[in-house]
Design a binder for this molecule. Sequence first.
Ligand code: PMP
Length: 362
Amino acid sequence: MTKRVYNFNAGPAALPLPVLEELQENVLDFNGLGMSILEISHRSKDFEAVIQEAETLLKDLLNVPEEYRVLFLQGGASTQFSMVPMNYLSNGQSADYILTGSWSEKAHAEASRIGSAHIAASSKESNYDHIPSLDEIKLSTSPEYVHITSNNTIFGTQWETLPTFSEFPIVADMSSDILSRPFDVRPYGIIYAGAQKNLGPAGVTIVIIRQDILDKAKKDLPSMLRYDILAKNNSLYNTPPVFSIYSVMLVLRWIKSMGGLSTIDNHNREKAALIYDTIDNSGGFYKGHAQKNSRSLMNITFRLPSEDLEKKFASEATQQGLIGLKGHRSVGGMRASTYNAVPKEACQTLADFMREFQRING
Ligand code: PMP
């Protein structure tokens, strides 16, 4: 096998090597069936066991209470931007959106096409360099839900403490930090996440939805956009992305084998600290985009003194096997995505590279 690089891509992103190895084996023969996981029926007993195990593991790892359903859907988190308001706002109801980056802007834009979507807070004015504080959030009088993005992949900010709005259910896009840390699921009506960062490959979107919210979903929508139909059919209303769901199940097993979310959280904090400490101790050579109390443990964004140096940094890093560090154009600079499957060694190597780069170019 060619040497594996240190993969800091924002998504699709690094997967655990043991998961890739198991996938490789089962691409040829799954469960001794003489068929690939890619070839089995989604209605077979073998696949039923896979989707069941994925659901059970997800519920156990996140400590999801009884009254929630787990769905495995398609269309990415982007489809959820529309599906949520279609199911809950289409009769003139309103919802509140807290804008913390491009993805929450997109979610808000979709909701605005369908119903009334009030902006309860936004950090756009400072190019989304922080998460609004609780006293900056002005909720409307009776929103159907309050939408948040728990981690902002592009800007590198994250809710350090997740909010609760006791009267209203929260709908959260957790695409880029689900399963990176433990949290209390109970304030949430809906949690959704595309799999391709912390959960597995692209192609499946996880939705965790509370039963009372599910019961309120609209019935006059196309079947594929109805939460109630998708739930009633246990995510098998149509052919689900079998391979992606199987991969998610293996990633969930891997998280469990690592010791669960508390252990993963500690690893993630240690990994991020290696890079943030390098930024903070660089005497201003590296400048973080996010304000300190909003720093993401998943996407670390920083700038160098000039765009020329940023180009040089990205190109020399790539030569040394540090991949995917170029930032998104709306922030510029660099972004290191340090999802669960990125090993501590990768972050240590990046931190060493950053110090050496500064020594030569600073
Ligand atoms: N939300 C967040 C926070 C994201 O990072 C992304 C993708 N990078 C999306 C939504 C969109 O996800 P998808 O491509 O699965 O539609």
